[in-house]
Design a protein around this ligand. Structure first.
Ligand SMILES: Cc1cc2nc3c(=O)[nH]c(=O)nc-3n(C[C@H](O)[C@H](O)[C@H](O)COP(=O)(O)OP(=O)(O)OC[C@H]3O[C@@H](n4cnc5c(N)ncnc54)[C@H](O)[C@@H]3O)c2cc1C
Length: 495
């Protein structure tokens, strides 16, 4: 059966993961007609369960799903606990160590992706996106000049459609082939060529409060384990194997996972009284090649790649959903600006690509240093400061990076300073410690934020540079518009 759709759209988005839902919602909110085509029927399984504050309090706030996420009662994550590097003892970082993630924005969630992704997709629908599930896209359509003008897809009844759009977004993740239509190819990292093996357990131990919701990452001789508490009972456990250990995933996967657990004492101890889930969507032990890659072009006329379709980086800092949703926001700005006719398409998508590449590069460059197991955590924090050119302490720079906030994007950190002011007020009104210990006012997040702002202004004054987000990230670049949903040329500075 074949049918040509009578209905054409401003934008067609391929894929209903976090990236597709983000970009489609933020474009539809501007009044544009958006069709989202998703191959699967939701809820569907996906890996990538540990989120960052920049996603939860930044992009999810813009999408308007904050209350839905609260209602879902996902496990609250305050930071990460690592047995990693030369320190034989586990060490922990808290997102609250950075003034960027003050008050309530100092946490993120561990999510069952089946539930999280459905919340975002339903929200896209509620915001006017025409969402079609069980509707795989097989190809894009190009005009004689090579511009992408639409997509070919099949609906749930097997009817073939060809739908045109002014812009097509490939948000189909790592698996589909649409990215090849940019004319470029994926460049695979020489460094991150790992394979992940993962499953789910009931009854695993928890870290002591207040860190019971933290992600736990434990390095051992063949690679490293993640241990993500999804609920009080359910834990996601996966091992990322170095290339030398790849033959361990051949044969029975469940046996391989259990035997690798026994080689990692800390994870074996956490799982001592636990049982592997063997039924339902969590019953399978899965393998994913998680080679890091980056596409050599993120767009061509009429087509833009975002989320995993454009690039993927090793999961040790749980950056995947952050990169997917942040790139969704950046792509939405470019699309909204192009559709409104404010600026040429090429310029808008160059801005998208420059910013997305920059965020990817920060994680990539830091992760290369993080895989050097001969260093301790202080050295990793120092490295984060170098990679991000952070103005705060080494630890603050590290937390800003792994919390998803080092781009300096106001949209990714909570604009709500009420909690920080409350923290300061509580502090000032608290009775003096009976032990006579000094009350360290400078430790409150607002005070740290103010002192950091002071440093920033001093740097600006000294260098004559504005470190603000309203200054482009590159020469000739654009800045977010006042509404945050478009790009605008920077306002020239007075000399
Ligand atoms: C081992 C491992 C562990 C990870 N751990 C984490 C973590 O802890 N935290 C984290 O943030 N990230 C993690 N990630 C990364 C995370 O899984 C991804 O970065 C994230 O899901 C990307 O989102 P996306 O929207 O770009 O793509 P996806 O989530 O892959 O969504 C793409 C959607 O497109 C659909 N689709 C595909 N092809 C088509 C087609 N032809 N037509 C229509 N629809 C199509 C798919 O069905 C899917 O729903 C991990 C990844 C790996 C491999």
């Amino acid at each position: 059966m074949s049918e040509t759709s009578e209905n054409d759209y401003d934008v067609v988005v391929v894929g209903g993961g976090p990236c597709g839902s983000t970009v489609s919602t933020l474009v539809a909110k501007q009044g544009h007609r958006v069709l989202l085509l998703e191959r699967e029927s939701f809820p569907r399984y996906q890996i990538g369960e540990s989120l960052l504050p920049a996603t939860v309090h930044g992009v999810c706030r813009l999408l308007g799903v904050t209350e839905e996420l609260e209602k879902a009662a996902f496990m609250v994550k305050r930071g990460g606990t690592f047995r990693w590097g030369s320190n034989p003892e586990p060490w922990t970082f808290a997102f609250s160590s950075s003034p960027q993630f003050a008050g309530p924005s100092s946490t993120a969630y561990q999510v069952e992706r089946m539930r999280f992704d459905k919340i975002l997709l339903d929200n896209a629908r509620a915001n006017g996106v025409d969402v079609r599930e069980e509707s795989p896209v097989s190809d894009v359509v190009e005009d004689a000049g090579g511009r992408v003008t639409g997509v070919v897809w099949q609906d749930a009844k097997g009817v073939r459609h060809e739908t045109s759009a002014r812009i097509v977004v490939d948000a189909s993740g790592n698996g589909s082939r649409i990215h090849t239509r940019t004319g470029g190819s994926r460049q695979y990292s020489e460094f991150f060529r790992n394979v992940a093996l993962f499953g789910y357990f009931r009854g695993g131990k928890r870290l002591p409060a207040p860190n019971r919701g933290n992600i736990l990452a434990v390095a051992f001789s063949s690679g490293w384990f993640w241990y993500i508490p999804l609920t009080d009972e359910l834990t996601s456990v996966g091992v990322v194997l170095m290339p030398e250990a790849l033959d361990r995933v051949r044969g029975d996967r469940a046996e391989a996972l259990l035997s690798l657990v026994q080689e990692c004492p800390m994870i074996a101890e956490f799982l001592a009284d636990a049982e592997r889930v063997t039924e339902g969507p969590y019953g399978k032990v899965r393998v994913r090649k998680d080679y890091s890659y980056i596409q050599d072009a993120f767009f061509k006329p009429g087509l833009v790649l975002a989320g995993d379709a454009a690039c993927f980086i090793d999961p040790v800092f749980s950056s995947g959903v952050h990169l997917a949703t942040y790139s969704g926001l950046l792509a939405a700005r470019s699309i909204n600006t192009t559709l409104r006719g404010d600026l040429p398409e090429q310029r808008c998508f160059e801005e998208f690509e420059a910013r997305y590449r920059q965020e990817y590069a920060r994680f990539h460059d830091f992760l290369v240093a993080f895989y050097d197991m001969h260093q301790d955590e202080q050295s990793y924090f120092w490295r984060a400061k170098k990679v991000t050119a952070g103005l705060g302490s080494d630890l603050e720079s590290f937390v800003e990076l792994v919390g998803g906030g080092s781009s300096g994007e106001g949209a990714l950190v909570s604009s709500d300073r009420t909690a920080a002011f409350q923290e300061l007020a509580d502090f000032v009104h608290r009775p003096v410690d009976e032990s006579g210990e000094d009350r360290d006012l400078l430790r409150t997040s607002l005070a740290r934020s103010v002192s950091r702002e002071g440093v920033r202004i001093q740097v600006q004054a000294a260098l004559g540079e504005n470190a603000d987000e309203y200054v482009p990230v590159r020469e000739g670049g654009l800045v977010p518009s006042a509404d945050g949903m478009h790009w605008a040329p920077p306002v020239p500075r007075e000399s």
